[in-house]
Design a protein around this ligand. Structure first.
Ligand code: UDP
Length: 502
C-alpha cells in the first residue's frame, strides 16, 4: 500500500487557538508521510482554513460539517469561541456535541468513496471533542487525542477537572493537586475564574469534564510540546493517563524555528497562517521600528487572540511603561467589560500617551492584532509580557525570549507556574483579569528585573530561555529541513505500530 492510500482525519475544536496548531500538525504529517490529511470543521471555520492554506498547503483536504448556530439559540454565524460573548460559551460548547452524528456520516462517506469501506488510519480529535473517540472506534479506526496545550498545563487542567480538589472539605488556599508531586502545591488564585467557583454541575464544567473523560478512551495522545522542556508534565501524563503520549511539538511555522528575524522569512507562511486576522500594522513597519532599538531592549506586550486587561490595569500598565523608559510594542484592545473587538477609546490611556510614545519612539502601539512571530523573532525583543497562552509561550521560548506572566484563564495559570518554577524563565506580574490592580511601581520593578540582562534574575532568565530556545529548535530540526521534527517522526512510527495492533 502506498503512503497516499493512508488517510488521517483531523477534528479540531472550534477556536482559533485550536485550529492553528491542528493545521500546523496536518502540514507536518502530510510533509513527513505523504498521507492524505482531511481537516473537518464547520462551514465558517473551513472558510478560514481555506483562506489560510490555499496557497501553501494545497494538499490538505478540508471537509464541512453542517452547523447552524441559531438552531442552538446562539447568534448567527457563531462558529468559533472568538465570536462569542462570555455567557454564550457554555451553550456553544454543548451545541458542538451535536456535530457527532454529521461527523459519523462524513467519516462513513469518506470510507465508502475512497477506501472501499476501509477505515482511515486514524482520527485525530481535539481533547474537547471526546465524542469523536467513539466514532473512530466504531468504524475500526485508531483514535488519537490531540491537546494543543503543553504537557504540564494539560496535566494540571485534566487533574483539576477530573478531581475538583477545591471542593474537598479540607481544601485550603494552598492545596495538593492529584498526580502532582507533593512539592507542587497549587494556590486557589491559580484556578481559572470558572474553576474557582464551580461545583462541577454548571453547563461549562459538565462539558469539559465529559469530553476529557471520553478523550481518555483514545489509543494515544499527542501533545504540542518538546519532551526535553517539559519532562515532568510528560511523565505525569504518561503515568496517569496510562496511554502512549507523544510530544510532537513544537508546532510552529518554519520561520519561528529560525533564531531571530531574517528578511528571507517575509512572505513565507507566517502571515498566511493568520489569514482572516487584520493586523493593525504591517510586519515591515514593526521591523523598521524594532531596528531603531538595541538588542534585547524592547518589551513586547500582548494577551493572545481573545483577552485584554481591565481598564484600571490598562492605565497602570501605561503609566508603568512610560516611567520605566523602556521601549515597548503593545497590542492594544479595549479593556475587559467593554467589547474587546470594538473601537479603542483614548480615555483608556493616560492623556496624550499614544502621541508621546509615538513621537519619542519609546512605544509602538498596535491596535487589535500584531504580527507576533515577526516581532518575537527580532533581536531587539528582550521580554514578552504575556497571558501565557501556550502558543505565545512556545513562540516566545523558541526565540529564547523570557516572559513576564499575566495569566488570565484556562490553563494559563498552570503554564505560568511551570514557567516560573520548572523552567525559571518567567516572573509573574499578576493572575486573573479581575484581580487586584497591580500598580505602576510593581510593574516598573518587574520590567526592570526581567529586562536587566547584565545581572541577577534577568541574566539568569535570559540564559535559561536561550537554552530552552535551542532545545525547541533542535526538536523541530530534521536533518536539512525546517519543521519536520524527529519527535514527530518517532510518534508517527508509533502511530503505525499502534494502528496495526488495533
Ligand atoms: N497572535 C498574533 N497577534 C496578536 C495576538 C495573537 O499573531 O496580536 C497569535 C499568537 O502569535 C499566537 C496566537 O495568536 O499564535 C494566540 O495563541 P495563544 O495560545 O497564545 O493564546 P489564545 O489566543 O489561545 O488565548
Amino acid at each position: 500500500m502506498s503512503s497516499h492510500d493512508q488517510h488521517i482525519i483531523m477534528l479540531p475544536f472550534l477556536a482559533h487557538g485550536h485550529l492553528i496548531p491542528f493545521l500546523a500538525l496536518a502540514r507536518q504529517l502530510h510533509q513527513t508521510t505523504g498521507y492524505t490529511i482531511t481537516i473537518v470543521s464547520t462551514p465558517l471555520n473551513i472558510q478560514y482554513l481555506q483562506s489560510t492554506i490555499s496557497s501553501d498547503s494545497p494538499d490538505i483536504h478540508l471537509a464541512e460539517l453542517p452547523f447552524c448556530s441559531t438552531d442552538h439559540g446562539l447568534p448567527p454565524n457563531a462558529e468559533n469561541t472568538e465570536n462569542l460573548s462570555f455567557h454564550n460559551v457554555p451553550i456553544f460548547c454543548h451545541a458542538s456535541v451535536t456535530l457527532e452524528a454529521p461527523f459519523r456520516h462524513l467519516v462513513r462517506d469518506i470510507m465508502d468513496k475512497e477506501g472501499g469501506g476501509r477505515p482511515p488510519l486514524c482520527i485525530i480529535s481535539d481533547i474537547f471533542f471526546g465524542w469523536a473517540v467513539n466514532v473512530a472506534k466504531s468504524v475500526g479506526s485508531v483514535s488519537i487525542t490531540f491537546t494543543t496545550c503543553g504537557a504540564y498545563g494539560t496535566a494540571a487542567y485534566i487533574s483539576f477537572w477530573l478531581h475538583l480538589p477545591h471542593l474537598h472539605r479540607d481544601c485550603e488556599e494552598v492545596f495538593k493537586l492529584p498526580w502532582f508531586p507533593d512539592s507542587h502545591r497549587f494556590h486557589r488564585s491559580q484556578l481559572s475564574p470558572l474553576a474557582k467557583v464551580t461545583d462541577g454541575t454548571d453547563l461549562c464544567s459538565t462539558f469539559v469534564r465529559s469530553q476529557i473523560s471520553l478523550s481518555l478512551g483514545s489509543h494515544g495522545w499527542l501533545c504540542n510540546t518538546v519532551e526535553e522542556i517539559e519532562p515532568l508534565g510528560m511523565e505525569i501524563l504518561r503515568k496517569y493517563l496510562k496511554l502512549s503520549v507523544w510530544a510532537i511539538g513544537p508546532l510552529l511555522p518554519p520561520a519561528a524555528l529560525k533564531k531571530q528575524y531574517s528578511s528571507s522569512s517575509f512572505g513565507s507562511n507566517i502571515f498566511k497562517q493568520r489569514a482572516g486576522k487584520k493586523p493593525g500594522i504591517s510586519p515591515e513597519k514593526c521591523i523598521e521600528w524594532l531596528n531603531l532599538h538595541g538588542p534585547s531592549s524592547v518589551l513586547y506586550i500582548s494577551f493572545g487572540s481573545q483577552n485584554s486587561v481591565n481598564a484600571s490595569q490598562m492605565m497602570e500598565l501605561a503609566l508603568g511603561l512610560e516611567d520605566s523608559g523602556k521601549p515597548f510594542i503593545w497590542v492594544l484592545r479595549p479593556p475587559t467589560s467593554f467589547n474587546i473587538k470594538g473601537k479603542f477609546r483614548d480615555e483608556w490611556l493616560p492623556k496624550g500617551f499614544e502621541k508621546r510614545m509615538t513621537e519619542s519612539k519609546q512605544g509602538l502601539l498596535v491596535h487589535n492584532w500584531a504580527p507576533q512571530l515577526e516581532i518575537l523573532s527580532h533581536e531587539s525583543i528582550g521580554a514578552f509580557l504575556s497571558h501565557c497562552g501556550w502558543n505565545s509561550t512556545l513562540e516566545s521560548l523558541s526565540q529564547g525570549v523570557p516572559i513576564i506572566g499575566l495569566p488570565m484563564g484556562a490553563e494559563q495559570m498552570y503554564n505560568s507556574k511551570m514557567l516560573v518554577e520548572e523552567m525559571g524563565v518567567c516572573e509573574e506580574l499578576a493572575r486573573g483579569v479581575q484581580s487586584d490592580v497591580v500598580g505602576k511601581e510593581v510593574i516598573m520593578r518587574v520590567i526592570e528585573l526581567v529586562m536587566d540582562k547584565k545581572k541577577g534574575k534577568g541574566k539568569e532568565m535570559q540564559k535559561k530561555a536561550a537554552i530552552i530556545g535551542e532545545q525547541i529548535r533542535a526538536a523541530a530540526k530534521d536533518r536539512g529541513g525546517d519543521g519536520e521534527g524527529s519527535s514527530l517522526l518517532a510518534a508517527l512510527n508509533d502511530f503505525v505500530r499502534v494502528s496495526s495492533a488495533v
